[in-house]
Design a protein around this ligand. Structure first.
Ligand SMILES: Cc1cc2nc3c(=O)[nH]c(=O)nc-3n(C[C@H](O)[C@H](O)[C@H](O)COP(=O)(O)OP(=O)(O)OC[C@H]3O[C@@H](n4cnc5c(N)ncnc54)[C@H](O)[C@@H]3O)c2cc1C
Length: 499
């Protein structure tokens, strides 16, 4: 067999695109297969009545990770899409609507802390020093594989020394006294599907990612990033096969030999990369009797992230006089209890935990003239909970819109001209996510790094994993890095074999 391989990538999420581009740039014959009609996975863009709604990620950081993908193909990212910096990164409201401007610059953050609790300024400075230490220690591992336990042993002394195993909220609590400010500086785990009260503070490194590189808006929406990546893949000779669902990874001994589609088509491959949900891939695409690790029971017993209920809506009037910024977080009153109900509960909580996106603040090209585009995201339990979404989804949507109308967007209901929502069954049935989890496995210590399913299957030597369910985890920078890790593992294995 030559150096150039036939590679099938299941799924066109950011993890799939990142690996596929790198592999195509090395000259391999790469085909991406996706069950949906457009690429992007969670970053699917809905076009409704002249509005372009980004379906998933909206907070973009660490542009260098995108730049590296284009550089790997000898191109420049700026020629494909534009990233515009945002500041404030977030506007965070307490349950009374009082706000905190979450800015990049330390001086500005201290000014905000001064408005809330001046006594917390010193603690904040000590806290950020710690965050930088956490970042310096763990950042180098975010684009490296964790295939061996000895890799884990290397980082453990640092984890212990910095106390980075303790929950993010309690870590912040050591430095900050004001309860609202504690929430402000510990919310980042929510971006990757973790409960701030449980997620180890190693993940504070996300906060530092934003400080180091900034928070960006993709002009034209995140859909323009997906388009840029898909275009690049096409230019490199890659093929994207849409509306095609893989229903089996074909296995012979300890190797994958290709994939079978739902319509019976068999596609042989030297290497298979799965960007489909990792739990789903093991559980549904590889027969249980062929698996030595990851039995159905083991998979089901893992801890899964929350799910999400997201309402996308466009209005025929602008809300420029509202108190909203581009990214808004609305913190609930009974925050700790609510987080417990969302992450561990079996019922739908009464209170709402909301993120409100208003991208037309920065870019009016994504909506008809004189209109405003929003999406509001509510954290909800995944489908392990006993909730009949078919029955309650419409009421739940109305409850969220009523809340916004009452507190943030007057006359909202009479101004809506485009609307769509997604719920946990969407994550389960459309995106094939086990239990409808929006971010795959929760980022606990025992489900991170070496303990997360590896980027190369522990059993099948030419089966690789990219995306939120593998190392380094959920979130755009992480899944893009998983694509880099998998592509590098594939290259080095090809080189070893031909040496
Ligand atoms: C609403 C929302 C908001 C978010 N906000 C942010 C944010 O602001 N910033 C951030 O960094 N992260 C955010 N995230 C997280 C981030 O979007 C995800 O972690 C990331 O996009 C997941 O990428 P992925 O590579 O795992 O693939 P996915 O996007 O999960 O794509 C997987 C693809 O595989 C396809 N597929 C599955 N099974 C099959 C099969 N059998 N055959 C063929 N195709 C299949 C699916 O159709 C899908 O296209 C958000 C997530 C959501 C849901």
């Amino acid at each position: 067999m030559g150096q150039n391989k036939k590679i099938v990538v299941i799924g066109s999420g950011f993890g799939g695109l990142s690996s596929a581009i790198r592999l195509a740039a090395k000259g391999h014959d790469v085909t991406i297969i996706d069950k949906r009609d457009k690429p992007g996975g969670r970053a699917y863009q809905y076009e409704i009545n002249g509005f372009k709604f980004d379906g998933g990620p909206t907070v973009i950081t660490a542009p260098y990770i995108f730049d590296e993908i284009f550089e790997a193909a000898g191109k420049k990212r700026e020629d494909y899409f534009e990233l515009a910096p945002l500041d404030p990164f977030y506007r965070i409201f307490d349950s009374n609507g009082k706000r905190f401007e979450y800015m990049r610059n330390e001086k500005d953050v201290l000014r905000e802390i001064d408005r809330w609790n001046p006594a917390d300024k010193d603690g904040y400075l000590k806290f950020t020093k710690r965050t930088v230490e956490i970042f310096n220690l763990f950042h180098p591992y975010t684009d490296k594989p964790f295939l061996r336990f000895k890799n884990m042993l290397k980082i453990m002394p640092g984890v212990i020394r910095l106390g980075a195993y303790s929950g993010t909220h309690s870590y912040v609590k050591r430095y900050i006294k004001n309860e609202f400010l504690r929430k402000v500086f510990s919310f980042h785990p929510l971006l990757i599907g973790g409960n701030p009260f449980d997620t180890p503070s190693i993940y504070l490194l996300i906060m530092q990612f934003e400080k180091e590189w900034g928070v960006y808006y993709a002009v034209g929406g995140v859909g323009s990033i997906v388009k840029g990546l898909a275009d690049l893949f096409g230019e490199l000779g890659g093929t994207v096969k849409l509306n095609s669902e893989v229903d089996r990874i074909m296995i012979q001994g300890d190797s994958a030999t290709g994939v079978r589609l739902k319509d019976g088509t068999v596609m042989e491959a030297d290497i298979v990369v799965s960007n489909a949900d990792t739990a789903f891939t093991y559980r549904n695409l590889i027969p249980e009797k062929a698996r030595k690790k990851y039995s159905n029971r083991q998979i089901d017993r893992k801890s899964y992230s929350s799910s999400l209920f997201v309402v996308y809506f466009g209005t025929k009037k602008r809300y420029l006089d509202s108190k909203l910024a581009h990214h808004n977080i609305i913190v609930s009153k009974e925050y700790r209890r609510l987080m417990k109900q969302i992450f561990k509960g079996s019922k739908l909580p009464d209170e709402l935990a909301l993120y409100l996106h208003m991208p037309t603040r920065s870019d009016s090209s994504i909506a008809p003239e004189g209109s405003e585009l929003f999406y509001v995201l509510a954290l909800v339990p995944n489908m392990k909970a006993d909730i009949d979404w078919e029955k309650i989804a419409e009421d739940y949507k109305n409850k969220i819109l009523d809340f916004l109308e009452q507190h943030y967007l007057p006359d909202l209901r009479e101004n809506i001209t485009a609307e769509h929502y997604i719920d946990p069954p969407y994550f389960k049935n459309t995106l094939n996510s086990h239990y409808g989890a929006a971010f795959s496995f929760t980022p606990t210590l025992l489900q991170s790094a070496y303990f997360r399913p590896h980027n190369r299957s522990e059993q099948f030597k030419n089966l690789y994993f990219v995306g939120a369910g593998t190392h380094p985890g959920a979130g755009v920078p992480a899944v893009l890095s998983s694509g880099k890790i998998a592509a590098e593992l594939i290259e080095s294995s090809i080189k070893q074999k031909s040496a």
